[in-house]
Design a protein. Structure first.
Length: 277
């Protein structure tokens, strides 16, 4: 039975998203990990078959840890994606009075997605950051009445907490994109996406010339992100997503040209575009 790792413990948004990703797939064993680096290294050494990790959020932006890991630390491929609307909830022990909350715990993304709610309703509360929203819920379940967690409905259910306030996220269109990462990417489906990362030569117009290659081949770019290259101040790498599969003739030819014009190039994989059902 194939094994797929996610950011645990049970009850994280990652697990909720994973269940959406797996809805048309059968026979997977879900394995919880304590951090995202461990998940990817487990795929690379063959301990598990796939990793399922967040890569960007519509409010907070990219998950930089994952971008750096797939660019520099592991030789793996993106083979699928899922986009999940995030609904954040304030939860606490049974019969907790919301007016007595003094400490709020959550993952940094959870806190960031509820900044306005926290500032308006709990301006004096202590905010503590945890590795996951589920870890925050678990600590609250083991803690005192003055503590509350921000997290998913499934976390409240698993850890026996009352939801004091639902949908406290600052933006109702808040969504997180997750990717499945394995040792190989996916076959063509006809509705695909390809991800790459590269750095340019240190010359005027270098990035423009790379992007113009996609224009010449009429390839639509759906995402561009930059990250420090980590080898020199002011040097950057660029993550690009595009429509099409690496085996499509236009995409294949464009990527061949990009490889020739870049100082560093890595194909991160081709995979089916997520379709919400």
């Amino acid at each position: 039975m194939p094994q797929i790792g996610f950011l645990g413990p049970e009850g994280t948004f990652s697990q909720e998203a994973l269940e959406i990703y797996l809805r048309d797939k059968k026979g997977y064993n879900q394995v919880a990990f304590s951090n995202m680096r461990e998940i990817l290294l487990a795929v690379e050494d063959g301990s598990i078959d796939e990793a399922f990790v967040p890569i960007e959020n519509s409010i907070e932006g990219p998950i930089n840890e994952i971008l750096d890991l797939i660019a520099f630390d592991v030789d793996l491929k993106i083979k699928g994606e899922a986009i999940v609307t995030v609904r954040q909830n304030l939860m606490a022990l049974n019969n907790t009075d919301i007016n007595n909350i003094k400490v709020i715990l959550s993952h940094p993304q959870g806190i960031g997605q509820c900044r306005k709610y926290i500032a308006t309703n709990f301006p004096n509360a202590e905010v503590r950051l945890l590795p996951s929203t589920a870890a925050a819920a678990r600590l609250v379940s083991e803690g005192s009445e003055g503590m509350a967690a921000i997290g998913s409905e499934i976390a409240a259910r698993i850890y026996g907490l009352d939801i004091l306030k639902r949908d406290i996220q600052d933006n109702d269109s808040n969504a997180t994109r997750f990717v499945a990462i394995g040792r190989n990417d996916a076959e063509k489906t006809g509705n695909d996406k390809t991800s790459i990362v590269f750095s340019t030569e240190d010359k005027p117009g270098s990035l423009y010339r790379i992007l113009d290659i996609f224009n010449l081949w009429d390839i639509n770019l759906t995402r561009i992100e930059s990250r420090p290259a980590k080898n020199k101040l002011g040097k950057y790498i660029f993550f690009v997503d595009m429509n099409g599969h690496r085996d499509d003739p236009d995409v294949r030819d464009a990527l061949t040209m990009v490889k020739r014009k870049t100082s560093f190039f890595k194909l991160l994989g081709s995979y089916a575009v997520f379709e919400d059902k």
